[in-house]
Design a protein around this ligand. Structure first.
Ligand code: SIN
Length: 330
């Protein structure tokens, strides 16, 4: 008789592990309190899909995510994916910063087996909690042969998303996660279907031991230059601008950013709109105000990429052509 696939669940906290004394409330609860053993016990159907092993890597509200936790998570992903009989890995996470952790793993993990992140918008004690089905679906996808070679995946609300593309786009709806070009596929009961393959994962390198400081600033009506000047003074290595529209930056902020670039800070333009590409310049020249484009990455994902790129090669801060290539490739 064929054995069920062995799937490892790495738990980090979030609302999927949240609890409230009032099941009728989905807004007032404590995130990251329920241990992974209880989350698994609440989904008996898991036993017919996989042999599950679980590790409580952390128990945090993902708003408090740290680089140290990313490193710990990456180390556990690498450990388990190197075991010959592990068929896939599932990571439970908070929804608030899932898109950033997903991006960091996407850029650093080779993924010899499927790595599937999942989460929930409602706490585990809520009426109509979405966590149990999301967890079951994530295990179904991680155990599915078609999930191999697709990089880090994100499964929620019966949809399969690419880690690079997915973002949280609603404060409370169970269909809060969207990818600009739509999901990669869907999962319904035992039926897992990929409609397309994700953009090829581009591994920048391992999680860095030391992260360069990269911050986000925004363009809006009547901005000052105080924040940019203070960040440059503080020694920031990179700045991502949440620019208006197709990467437009207020002239006051743009002036401050040109000075930042001349001082050796990497400057990348993203859009605050939440969708679309920021046009890629043929000849980025930040000291002349032609900043590197983040393409279709939102500011939070662009920050992860910029930090990882600068960690791997600090010289990129003064090489906008190569930095632009990194953004075009990721
Ligand atoms: C969190 O991100 O940890 C809390 C919110 C959530 O998971 O929905």
């Amino acid at each position: 008789m064929n054995q069920l696939p062995r799937i490892v669940v790495l738990a980090t906290g979030g609302t999927i592990a949240g609890a409230s004394g009032n099941p009728a409330s989905s807004a007032h609860y404590q995130a990251a309190t329920v241990p992974v053993s209880s989350l698994l016990a609440a989904v008996p159907a898991l036993k017919s899909v996989a042999r599950i092993e679980a590790e409580q890597v952390a128990q945090v509200d993902s708003k408090d995510m740290t680089f140290a936790l990313w490193a710990a998570l990456a180390a556990r992903v690498e450990h388990w994916s190197a075991q010959a009989d592990v068929a896939g890995i599932v990571i439970t996470h908070g929804t608030d910063t899932l898109e950033e952790t997903a991006m960091a793993l996407h850029l650093t993990q080779a993924c010899p087996v499927p790595v599937v992140m999942t989460a929930a918008m409602r706490p585990s004690t809520s009426l109509s909690a979405d966590g149990p089905l999301n967890l079951l679906d994530a295990v179904r996808v991680a155990a599915h042969p078609d999930a191999c070679g697709k990089g880090v995946l994100v499964v929620l609300n019966q949809q399969i998303h690419a880690a690079r593309d997915v973002a949280k786009a609603h404060t409370s709806a169970v269909d809060a996660f969207v990818s600009q070009c739509g999901p990669l596929g869907m999962v319904q009961d035992d039926y897992v279907r990929f409609a397309r393959t994700p953009r090829q994962a581009w591994a920048i390198g391992p999680m860095p031991r030391a992260w360069p400081v990269v911050e986000i600033v925004a363009s809006y009506a009547q901005p000052g230059r105080i924040a940019v000047d203070a960040l440059v003074q503080a020694g920031v290595a990179g700045l991502v601008v949440a620019a208006a529209g197709n990467g437009s930056i207020h002239e006051v902020l743009a002036e401050a950013l040109v000075d930042a670039a001349i001082a050796g800070v990497a400057v990348v333009r993203s859009s605050r709109t939440g969708a679309g590409h920021v046009a890629i310049p043929a000849h980025p020249s930040p000291s002349d105000g032609v900043f590197v484009s983040a393409a279709d990455l939102n500011p939070y994902k662009a920050r992860v990429l910029l930090a990882l790129a600068l960690a791997a090669d600090p010289a990129l801060a003064r090489d906008p052509l190569r930095l632009q290539a990194a953004f075009a490739q990721a």
